[in-house]
Design a protein around this ligand. Structure first.
Ligand code: UTP
Length: 291
């Protein structure tokens, strides 16, 4: 591995089918669902930028054009906003298109998260990189990706974000078995994908932030399709664990699973309540509902 442990690139896998949100996701990407007024993926991109990421690689698929358009310039819209002197909105729209360097890679078939990451190999070009799943929204003082970079810099091995989940939910996640080596940092002994309730080694669930090293690509190439014919990232990580340590990190912050309807609704309510303009009226409205 290279000696430079600075993470400058982030991969955003966004080629999944979003079946849990059908029919909303039939013709538009799940990543573009708005949390109040910003699409999910923009929260992830803003987290990446405030963590020091300089290059973003989005893995897209069919029906995902709206993601590219969102981060591109929109001459007509900008012209219209300028004409109508809506300068605040104009500044926001311009800010989005000027955010960072984006590149897009097409995953032709949704063959799993592991396969989506494999599609980024050339773009990653031998450097360590972050992976951000934009349906995990993380609200934290220090951006979660930045917290993970710090752990990576220290241990120089891949870092996987985890959070505690209740016993009833373990079977929806990849669960780690690990030894805590410092507060919040675990060296992983094993990874179990969606264990049956009662069979889980812990309640520490893998969520959508990773810092990976380029040797994950060989591991993923060796990985056989698992559940549903998909190449699972967890299986690739388990393969990698035979050749180097892997760490799990319990980041400080609150995570919302916006890829799930209930999680999405919770995030919407929380973000709307803390919105400066909307919050007070929305709170009033919710209070009224309780009566
Ligand atoms: P999910 O399983 O959470 O998302 O994949 P999904 O497949 O879009 O949604 P459901 O489960 O059908 O409702 C986790 C992440 O991996 C990406 C997804 O876009 C999401 O960000 N992914 C998944 C890919 O990029 N390619 C794939 O083949 C599968």
């Amino acid at each position: 591995m290279k000696t430079d442990e600075t993470v400058r690139k982030a991969v955003f896998p966004a080629a999944g089918l979003g079946t849990r949100f059908l029919p909303a996701t039939k013709a538009s990407p799940k990543e573009m669902l708005p949390l109040v007024d910003k699409p999910l993926i923009q929260y992830g991109v803003e987290e990446a930028l405030s963590s020091g990421i300089e290059e973003i690689v989005v893995i897209t698929g069919r029906g995902k054009r709206a993601i590219e358009d969102h981060f591109d310039v929109s001459f007509e819209l900008e012209h219209e906003l300028r004409q109508k002197r809506k300068f605040k909105l104009l500044a926001e729209v311009e800010r989005i298109s000027g955010m960072v360097d984006f590149s897009y890679i097409r995953q032709r078939n949704a063959l799993g998260l592991g396969h989506a990451i494999l599609c980024a190999e050339r773009a990653v070009n031998g450097d360590p990189f972050a992976v951000i799943l934009s349906d995990d929204i993380i609200d934290s003082k220090v951006p979660a990706t930045r917290q993970m970079m710090k752990v990576f810099k220290k241990y120089k091995d891949p870092v996987i974000a985890i959070c505690e989940v209740d016993e009833a939910s373990v079977s929806s996640y990849g669960i780690i078995d690990g030894v805590e080596v410092e507060e919040g940092v675990y060296q992983i002994r094993d990874l179990v994908e969606k264990p049956a309730p009662g069979a889980a080694p812990s309640n520490l669930a893998i969520i959508g932030r990773y810092i990976l090293t380029p040797d994950i690509f060989d591991a993923l190439r060796r990985t056989k399709p698992g559940k549903g014919g998909e190449i699972q990232l967890t299986d690739g990580l388990r393969d990698l664990m035979a050749s180097r340590p892997l760490y799990a990190f319990k980041f400080k912050g609150t995570r919302y699973d916006a890829g799930d309807k209930l999680g999405f609704l919770k995030a919407t309510v929380e973000y709307a309540l803390r919105d400066k303009e909307l919050g007070p009226a929305f709170r009033e409205y919710l209070r009224g509902l309780k009566k």
